[in-house]
Write a new protein. Structure first.
Length: 172
């Protein structure tokens, strides 16, 4: 048999054609009210439906030693609209994966094919991972709506979701 098993990516990603610079909207520390300066930058590449996007993030920090947020990073708010923390695929890709699975009832190989057709370099295993992220986001949004009053009183929430989603890998 000359079938080749497709494993992880064995090529480098293409250079991003687009670069966005994101700066936090808030300049004052939410705890002490003093000015937070931009102290460093991070770079991040996000795979979106438009292609690979390089994002340069300007990070602010409170420099007031007596503040409870002393030296804690304040990242640009717009970053959360592009991708989940520590993920390489954008929210637009996750939304498409969810729509293909649940609205069009496609299986993982079919979703993988559609993403490849649209120019998104992704392996089937990553499609499965994105389906799990989609399920978690849907569950979190449903839970947040049901408990909005409690969350507003608390002022913050710690979210922990454990998923054992299994996705059928065959097409029928």
């Amino acid at each position: 048999m000359n079938e080749r098993l497709e494993m992880s990516r064995s090529w480098c990603r293409v250079k991003p054609a687009d670069e966005q610079i994101l700066v936090p909207l808030r300049c004052a520390c939410p705890e002490c009210g003093r000015v937070m300066r931009i102290r460093y930058s991070n770079r991040r590449a996000i795979v979106s439906l438009r292609g690979l996007v390089r994002v340069r993030l300007k990070i602010r920090r409170c420099e007031t030693r007596s503040c409870g947020r002393y030296h804690q990073a304040w990242r640009p708010e717009a970053e959360a609209a592009l991708a989940l923390p520590q993920h390489e695929f954008g929210l637009d890709v996750i939304a498409l994966v969810g729509a293909l699975r649940y609205r069009e009832h496609r299986c993982v190989p079919e979703i993988h094919q559609e993403l490849s057709r649209r120019g998104v370099a992704i392996c089937e295993r990553s499609v499965t991972n994105l389906l799990e992220r989609y399920d978690e986001l849907v569950a979190a949004s449903a839970g947040a709506a049901a408990h909005r009053e409690t969350l507003e009183r608390q002022g913050r929430a710690i979210l922990a979701i454990f998923s054992q989603t299994s996705v059928t890998r065959c097409c029928g």
